[in-house]
Design a protein around this ligand. Structure first.
Ligand code: HEM
Length: 318
């Protein structure tokens, strides 16, 4: 167990779990980035609800939202880190893990600030339906991200996270990676979007996406309708072109906007201390680590037989 507040140790442990040869493309990184983004992307600026405080995905109402399908893998990857550093809140752990993942995969360093709290029950969860729907067009994208407080340039920069990872037909209904090397952060997504000829494709499950097949290597890449909406919109397109041409600019802008995303719904005083009313009411609260299977079994046994513990003590005296 580390000293409370030793985030360098937590970061080092997150970096260590990134390599996952049995999982997807061999890295936990992309799904960790998605966990961080979905934990924050529920923010609604007009009502100041949702956002990265609370770690609401621990509760069924948010964690079981079909929009969050697959993110349980990210949460499970992080359990050993929570176990090693029980003082960190889930809300801090998930956001920090997203930032560390971007960096470990070759992306920019992202400023990250601690202090989030975990909800103690599900009464403050944001309603479902706030995350973007990939079957839609530019107006929807602008509406959803506008609600969080992002402008066109920031929306395009954020979308560059689709350089990472892949779609899974059993999670979202879409299938495949956006780029050839989905565990390396780069501006390839913007380059491919502007240079390749994307063809509409209907997956066996009836879901429409866009595909490009490299005839020499037979590798198939994909784009979501919302991805291509960025090049189809005259305000978004110039930013796609800028980021395709200038990797450093993309990295700089991504670092800024991902930091802003991680801070959605978080209020801080001049010293950076979080002042959300949740904190005033509930105090700093790190949710309990999820019990291990062994602990859950023991607890279940004990609740079936409340005297089991007593008996065990008794027997040990025999
Ligand atoms: C219009 C906005 C967006 C839409 C509609 C969208 C939609 C999706 C969908 C459908 C998937 C596939 C999920 C699966 O099947 O596993 C996905 C994956 C992903 N998204 Fe987005 N997304 C959007 C914006 C973002 C943003 C802003 C970020 C981060 C800054 C992000 C990061 C990711 C990552 C890293 C993955 C890969 C996850 C993995 O490999 O498991 N997305 N997104």
């Amino acid at each position: 167990m580390s000293t409370k507040g030793d985030y360098a140790k937590v970061k080092a442990d997150i970096a260590k779990l990134m390599h996952q040869p049995e999982y997807d493309d061999g890295s936990a990184g992309p799904v960790l980035v998605r966990l961080a983004w979905h934990s924050a992307g529920t923010y609604d600026a007009s009502t100041d609800t949702g956002g990265s405080n609370g770690a609401g995905m621990r509760y069924e109402a948010e964690g079981g939202d079909p929009a969050n399908a697959g993110l349980q893998h990210a949460r499970v990857f992080l359990e050993p880190v929570k176990e090693a550093h029980p003082w960190i809140t889930y809300a801090d752990l998930w956001t920090l893990a997203g930032c560390v993942a971007v960096e470990v995969m070759g992306g920019p360093e992202i400023t990250w600030r601690p202090g989030r709290t975990d909800y103690v029950d599900d009464s403050k969860l944001p309603p479902r339906g706030r995350l973007p729907d990939a079957t839609q067009g530019a107006d929807h994208v602008r509406f959803v991200f506008g609600r969080m407080g992002f402008n066109d340039q920031e929306i395009v920069a954020l979308s560059g996270a689709h350089n990472l990872g892949r779609c899974h037909s059993d999670r979202s209904g879409f299938e495949g990676p956006w780029v050839n090397n989905p565990t390396r952060f780069s501006n390839q997504y913007f380059k491919l979007m502007t240079t390749l000829k994307w063809k509409e494709k209907i997956n066996p499950n009836g879901v429409k996406q866009f595909a490009y097949v490299d005839e020499e290597t037979d590798v198939e890449l994909m784009m979501l309708p919302t991805d291509l909406a960025l090049v189809g919109d005259k305000e978004f397109k110039p930013w796609v072109e800028k980021y395709a041409a200038d990797k450093d600019l993309f990295f700089r802008d991504f670092a800024k906007v991902f930091d802003k995303l991680m801070e959605l719904g978080i209020q801080r005083d001049a010293d950076g201390k979080i002042t959300n009313s949740d904190n005033v009411k509930g105090g700093y609260h790190a949710a309990q680590r999820r019990a291990t299977l062994k602990e859950r079994r023991t607890r279940a046994m004990q609740s079936r037989n409340p005297l089991a513990k007593e008996n065990k003590k008794f027997r040990s005296r025999l």
